[in-house]
Design a protein around this ligand. Structure first.
Ligand code: PL3
Ligand code: FE2
Ligand code: FE2
Length: 242
């Protein structure tokens, strides 16, 4: 919610450009928050790579395609590593590993059991929608170097989300129940990750409500694409609230 107490906000509203103000990328507070956010993104891209490699053994007839996605994730990881170096920030990788631990554990457990549907929901739907929402918001307030890199990355993330959608759509009959169950378990985890990152994101001028809104749009669009009806989508989205 925008408040009227800041004259700059009022002015920006007149210009109809709510995000035309950028943060000071050299500020120590900015760099401190960036050390965690940057690490989250680097770790997220690394884990996305590992997850697509795991999926390539679970779906052998799609291995070539899945390995291509994994390669893209490595490129993303290198790009975001460069963003941190460019701002002279050291990524707090220990923090990032903890940040992903629960989701990572659930993915690995599903992979061990051969639960392809759960794996795809976690990586190709939830994590990709999270990345798409975060990167779209970040692009508006990033330094010029990171902006360019993130714009390239987000295009790929749409391809990844689309990959998951198409597979789940083609197999919806057999995977619907597992999808609903896995969503019930993992969507609340995404929600709490969003809550956890909100304070640092704010320092980067990224608004929590905006992040949530972007996430829910990408997530619900993708459920609709997979073939869920409005009532089912509403029910699945409500899992974020518990
Ligand atoms: C999938 O390809 C990658 C998954 C990465 C997940 C990223 C979550 C991002 C959380 C908030 C980050 C803001 C963006 C800042 C970029 C330096
Ligand atoms: Fe990625
Ligand atoms: Fe991705």
């Amino acid at each position: 919610m925008q408040t009227l107490d800041s004259s700059s906000t009022a002015l920006l509203e007149l210009n109809n450009e709510p995000n035309s103000e950028l943060p000071d990328f050299t500020d120590e507070g900015y760099k401190d928050a960036y050390s965690r956010i940057n690490a989250i993104v680097i770790e997220g891209e690394q884990e996305a790579h590992d997850n697509y490699i795991a999926l390539s053994t679970l779906i052998p007839n799609e291995a070539v395609e899945l390995k291509k996605l994994a390669q893209m994730e490595m490129k993303h990881m290198r790009g975001f590593t460069a963003c941190g170096k460019n701002l002279k920030v050291e990524a707090d990788m220990l923090f990032a590993k903890k940040f992903f631990a629960r989701l990572h554990g659930n993915f690995q457990e599903a992979a061990e059991k051969g639960n392809i549907t759960t794996c795809l929901l976690i990586q190709a739907i939830l994590i990709e929608a999270f990345a798409i929402s975060a990167y779209n918001v970040y692009i508006r307030v990033a330094d010029p170097f990171a902006k360019k890199i993130t714009e390239g990355v987000v295009k790929d993330e749409y391809l990844h989300l689309n990959y998951g959608q198409e597979w789940l759509k083609a197999n919806l009959e057999i995977c619907k129940q597992e999808l609903i169950e896995a969503n019930k378990v993992n969507l609340p985890i995404i929600r709490s990750m969003l809550e956890e990152v909100a304070k640092d994101a704010k320092v980067l001028y990224m608004d929590k409500e905006e992040l949530m809104e972007e996430f829910m749009i990408a997530f619900q669009d993708s459920l609709s694409e997979i073939g869920f009806d409005n009532r089912e989508i509403a029910r699945m989205a409500l899992a974020a609230l518990v």
